[in-house]
Design a protein around this ligand. Structure first.
Ligand code: PLP
Length: 439
């Protein structure tokens, strides 16, 4: 009997024993194409020599030094590299071990920023419905996925949720994309006014929504308006790029595509690419300065922040992307994958929408294409899709709809940036067989 407490108590997953490029291999020798990078983690494949070597070298040189006493060369170099490529105004990097830690730290930094500015009444966080920002209590409170929150709700801080920018489901007939985006953004201003502008500290959103909606990019103009609204009321804009950042959407930082400047930016997953657990919260010089000139101490911190080996891995991952122009490759292969998905499933009666950016693509399944009616949750389409695709040798990321009847079952694809066109063709083949078997 295994003593591991697994994610799913009644499932006995195979044992992964090796990684080879875009593939994972189990103990029976079966190969699985990693079509979702786990959960958008393994962006440069599973056997990158440069990253492996960087980790080995760092362990030999220095395995650990607590940030209460030291900084380290890989952490300094990685912070420099991230800031050099980050949106304007971002100046500081606070390293953590993963995505939930990054969003949790962002919420606390927003709060501390305002207490240090002498605005302690600013305590409200606004986020969006059908969102996910992590599983620790603060991050879970920020998330707007009711199913995940339900049983923990007595433990969660009060967060307001407004509708996301989700054109497929929410745009009205005759409404232009632009007008829809402005309407979706207006929900934020309305909520700020309802709460009282001087009580709101921050708005948190994913630039391209990953797990909860399935690779949904914003419509043009949405984030420009969001930025304006935040600026108008002095509300901090926190962008959660834990899943969509680090090259995944064809830009190192996803928000660069929409030209939006966040005050706080969270990254993780692709930063360590699965080689090490690492995430980061980046913030503006203004926020940093306020803390620095105030108490001088961000009242947060975990033992493993700024871990040298994790930072060395992150440095090698980002350098690998930049040196080999992998981000341009994401744009090209992403366009290829999108086209293949459209030509194979564009007319499928149960595929309502195919969307995404870069190598971050989603398919939404519907019972009725014309009315966009989601499948009955009892059909458990996403669950069966995951199982069948896995049997067929494909790791993908299906998610059930949000059970409020608004979001259908969908599957998220986030293959490694190094995937060839032939490998992406293979993904589409397996998706097609899986759809035939599931629906
Ligand atoms: N934020 C987003 C947008 C995510 O997709 C995730 C994880 O899927 C998280 C935060 C939490 O990251 P982690 O699982 O590394 O804690």
């Amino acid at each position: 009997m295994s003593h591991v407490f697994p994610r799913h108590c009644h499932a006995q997953p195979p044992m992964a024993v090796a990684g080879d490029g875009c593939f994972l291999i189990d103990q029976s020798g079966k190969r699985y194409f990693d079509g979702s990078g786990g959960a958008a983690v393994s962006c440069i494949g599973h056997s990158n020599e440069r990253v492996k070597q960087a980790i080995k070298d760092q362990v030999d040189q220095l395995a650990f030094a607590h940030t209460g006493f030291f900084t380290s060369d890989p952490a300094e170099q990685l912070a420099d590299l991230l800031v050099a490529n980050a949106p304007e105004g971002i100046e500081r990097v606070y390293f953590v071990s993963g995505g939930s830690e990054a969003t949790e730290a962002a919420i606390k930094l927003a709060r501390q920023y305002f207490t240090e500015r002498g605005e302690p009444q600013r305590r409200h966080l606004i986020a969006r419905r059908q969102s996910y920002h992590g599983n620790t209590l603060g991050a879970l409170a920020a998330g707007g996925n009711e199913w995940r929150r339900q049983q923990f709700s007595p433990l969660l801080i009060d967060v307001s949720h407004v509708d996301p920018c989700y054109e497929y489901a929410e745009r009205q007939e005759g409404e232009s994309l632009y007008d829809y985006g402005q309407r979706a953004a207006q929900a934020l201003e309305d909520e700020i006014l309802r709460l009282g502008p001087d009580t709101v500290m921050a708005f948190m959103a994913e630039p391209v929504v990953g797990a909860t909606l399935g690779a949904v990019p914003p419509v043009e103009g949405y984030f420009t308006r969001i930025r304006e609204i935040c600026g108008k009321y002095g509300v901090l804009l926190i962008l959660d790029e834990v899943m969509c950042g680090m090259g995944r959407t064809g830009h190192l930082f996803a928000c660069n595509a929409d030209n939006v400047r966040p005050d706080i930016l969270c990254i993780a997953k692709g930063l360590g690419a699965g080689y090490q657990p690492i995430g980061a919260m980046l913030c503006s010089g203004e926020i940093y300065q306020t803390i620095s000139e105030g108490t001088g101490f961000f009242q947060h911190g975990h033992t493993y922040i700024g871990h040298p080996v994790a930072a060395a891995a992150g440095l090698a991952v980002v350098s690998e992307m930049l040196d080999n122009d992998l981000i341009a490759q994401v744009q090209a292969r992403g366009a290829y994958l999108h086209q293949q998905l459209l030509s194979r499933f564009g007319q499928h009666p149960n595929v309502g929408d195919i969307r995404g950016r870069g190598l971050f693509q989603g398919l939404e399944f519907v019972a009725d294409r014309d009315t966009k009616t989601p499948f009955d949750p009892a059909k458990a389409v996403a669950k069966r899709f995951k199982k069948v695709a896995f049997e067929e040798g494909l790791i993908c990321y299906p998610m059930p709809g949000t059970r409020d009847g608004k979001v259908g079952d969908h599957v998220l694809l986030a293959p490694p940036f190094i995937a060839s066109e032939a490998e992406l063709d293979g993904v589409v083949e397996i998706l097609s067989r899986t759809l035939d078997r599931v629906l």
